[in-house]
Design a protein around this ligand. Sequence first.
Ligand SMILES: C[S@@+](CC[C@H](N)C(=O)[O-])C[C@H]1O[C@@H](n2cnc3c(N)ncnc32)[C@H](O)[C@@H]1O
Length: 348
Amino acid sequence: MIIIATKELIKNQPEFKRDIVADINDLKGFQKEIQKTQNVLEKITIYDIGKIDIKNKDQLKIKDHINKSGINPIIKNETINKITFEDISNIYKTKEGHTTTCCGKKINLDYSNPSHYLCVFSIILFYLGYKNLQAYLVNYDKTESSINVFNQWAKTGKDEGMKKNHFPAFEEAKKTIKQFCENKTITLADIGCGNGWATQDLNKETFINKATGYDGSLEMIKKAKKTYLETDFFRMDLNSWSPKQTFDIIYSMEAIYYLSSPEKFISDCYTKWLKNGGLFIAALDHYKENAQSLSWPEDLNVKMQTKSANEWKNILEKNKFRHCNIEYVNQKKDWNGTLIFWGIKDAL
Ligand SMILES: C[S@@+](CC[C@H](N)C(=O)[O-])C[C@H]1O[C@@H](n2cnc3c(N)ncnc32)[C@H](O)[C@@H]1O
């Protein structure tokens, strides 16, 4: 079986397993890639991303499509023009499933189950003779809604509990940070800083020259800026974080499991945003061994990356961080504690 995922899907969910990425701006490349498969009877499953109308459904089987993408892939297609027009009404070979409206670049929520370019690739495959096709619509993940949830928290004052809940782990993480800082000039980024209480605390510490806060929630950032005038805060979706500088320390409390690919984020921290010898340190309450936290994605209706302590540490190690370590803070009955894990870039 061959799995094809559209570029839009991979952009949103880089970890999505696929054999071929279908790029609308490179239809020739797509055709070339698929034609490496000589067996036209091979089963091909194609996935596009969009918005599923049915609540709480991550994937939807597609039985038909409406093409509103503005692209007709069989016109001006040298390979395809040689083939006669055929009935494509049963292109996905199934009577079960739903219809998607392919909208092109921008999803139009007025249509049912809108997707991007699924139909374009399916039609190409069909006319090239690959007729054992099935298709699925993948729901846009809910990262954005995590930001919405925290916008609500900031508006309703629920964010104020975060300092109280995270303070013991913060104090512990700060000890590791302080040790690391000895006799150096240090810049620090607080990733997913929320209302900024920890950024401010770190910015005031003598062992840190400058701490800057980054968060995706506009309401959190507004609050942080208003409360802590001497500290810098920026609103940024960390899924595409691109700060204007590099840092000695990247610190994050209770935030990176909301990202669509924490793996990519950590890898980018290593390759792009940490200085040589820099420290990456993160603290999390939601992880596999902390049983009480496992219902959170459902409770909040927010997608979270649920990993074990070792899986988090392995991500650091895979990315060549050295001196990687984990620690649990504030363990109680039925609460495995806050997991703190860290590693150093290019350490000897
Ligand atoms: C549980 S709060 C933690 C806040 C803060 N670190 C603290 O200890 O109080 C998680 C934060 O992650 C932020 N967040 C979630 N997803 C994000 C994303 N994709 N980009 C930027 N921030 C995000 C939320 O807006 C929220 O402020």
